[in-house]
Write a protein that binds this ligand. Structure first.
Ligand code: NAD
Length: 299
C-alpha cells in the first residue's frame, strides 16, 4: 500500500463517478466501500483498494465521503475501525447528505482527534457526478477548503458557503426540497393535463417554453418519466431521508415548512408503494395510479 493524494469512502452511484474524476484528473486515490465489487471496479480504474475506513485514513491526509445515511457517516467516522482511528488523515470532506445536526456531531467527534470535518454535499445527480458538473457546497475552515480546491473542482462548481459545520448541509437540504417539490408538482400538473386529454410530451415542451419550467420538466420528465424508465439515479429512500432532514432542520430553526411537509409525505407514500430502492421519479407513478392515467406521449 502507498500513500495517496486522496482517499474516497463510499463509492456508490455518486461516489464511484466522483472518484473516477479524481483518478482521471491525475490524482492518486485510495478507495473503500462496504461492497467489495465497488472497490474492485475502482481498482480496475487505477485506485488503490483499502479493506476498511481506518485503512483508507492511514494512507491519505484528505478523505472524501459519499455515504447513504447520517447513521452510516457517524459509524464510518467515529465507530470501530473508523476514520478517527486513522494515522494520516487530517481533513474529511463529507459529500453525503446527512443534515446539519449530524454534521455538527461528527465534526465535534473528529475535532477531538485533531481532524477537520467539512461539509461538502453535492447536487446534480449521477450525470453531474460523471461529467464533473455538480454544485459542491462546502462549509468549514477556509484555508482547508482552499487547499483541497483543485480536487473539489474536479466534481463541479464549488461554493464556500460558510465556516461552520452544518451550513453546507442546510444549503443542500434547501436545494433538494425545491428539486423534490418540482418533481411532485410537475407530476400532479402533467397527470391533470393527461386526464383532460392533453399529450404529456407536448405539455412538457409547453411548460419548458413557459414560466412553469423547472428541473423536473427540463430533466427528469424527458429522461426518466416520459420514456417510462424511472431510472434517473436517485433512490426514493435517499430523497425521503433528505426531505425529513430538511423539515426537521426547519422545525429546529423555527421556520415554516408547510408545503415542504406535503412534499415529504408524497415521498413517504412513494417509498411505501414502490420501496426505498425505487428511483425517486416513481413519485409520478403514485400520482398516475391515483389519477388512473399514464404520463406518456400519445404520439
Ligand atoms: P449509493 O447507495 O449508490 O452509494 C452509497 C455507497 O456507500 C454504496 O456503495 C455502499 O456500499 C456504501 N456504503 C454503505 N455503508 C457503508 C459503510 N458502512 N462503509 C463503507 N461504505 C458503505 O448512494 P448514492 O446515490 O451514491 O448517494 C450517496 C450520498 O450522496 C447520499 O448521502 C445521497 O443522499 C447523496 N446524493 C445522492 C445523489 C444522487 O443523485 N444519487 C445526488 C446528490 C447527493
Amino acid at each position: 500500500m502507498n500513500v495517496t493524494d486522496y482517499a474516497f469512502i463510499g463509492i456508490g452511484r455518486m461516489g464511484a463517478n466522483m472518484a473516477k474524476r479524481l483518478l482521471d484528473g491525475g490524482f492518486s486515490l485510495t478507495v473503500y466501500d462496504a461492497s467489495r465489487r465497488a472497490v474492485d471496479e475502482l481498482v480496475a480504474h487505477g485506485a488503490q483498494g483499502a479493506a476498511s475506513a481506518v485503512e483508507a485514513a492511514d494512507y491519505a491526509e484528505t478523505l472524501f465521503l459519499s455515504l447513504p445515511t447520517p447513521e452510516i457517516v457517524h459509524a464510518v467516522a467515529l465507530g470501530p475501525k473508523g476514520i478517527a482511528e486513522g494515522s494520516r488523515v487530517k481533513q474529511v470532506f463529507d459529500c453525503s447528505t446527512i443534515g446539519p445536526e449530524m454534521a455538527r456531531s461528527v465534526a465535534a467527534g473528529l475535532a477531538e482527534r485533531g481532524i477537520a470535518y467539512l461539509d461538502a454535499p453535492v447536487s446534480g445527480g449521477v450525470g453531474g457526478a460523471k461529467n464533473g458538473t455538480l454544485a459542491v457546497m462546502v462549509s468549514g475552515p477556509r484555508e482547508v477548503y482552499e487547499r483541497a480546491k483543485p480536487a473539489l473542482e474536479r466534481f463541479g462548481k464549488v461554493f464556500h458557503v460558510g465556516t461552520e459545520p452544518g451550513q453546507g448541509q442546510v444549503m443542500k437540504l434547501a436545494n433538494n426540497m425545491l428539486s423534490a417539490a418540482a418533481l411532485v408538482l410537475s407530476s400532479e400538473a402533467i397527470a391533470l393535463g393527461v386526464k383532460a386529454g392533453l399529450d404529456a410530451a407536448q405539455m412538457v415542451d409547453v411548460i419548458n417554453a413557459g414560466t412553469g419550467r423547472n428541473s423536473a420538466t427540463q430533466d427528469k420528465f424527458p429522461r426518466s418519466v416520459l420514456p417510462r424508465t424511472f431510472d434517473f439515479g436517485f433512490a426514493t429512500g435517499l430523497c425521503y431521508k433528505d426531505l425529513k432532514l430538511c423539515v426537521q432542520a426547519a422545525e429546529n430553526l423555527g421556520v415554516p415548512m408547510i408545503a415542504g411537509s406535503a412534499v415529504l409525505q408524497m415521498f413517504g407514500v412513494t417509498q411505501a408503494r414502490f420501496g426505498a430502492d425505487s428511483d425517486f421519479t416513481s413519485i409520478a407513478r403514485v400520482v398516475e395510479e391515483w389519477a388512473g392515467v399514464e404520463i406518456k406521449s400519445q404520439a
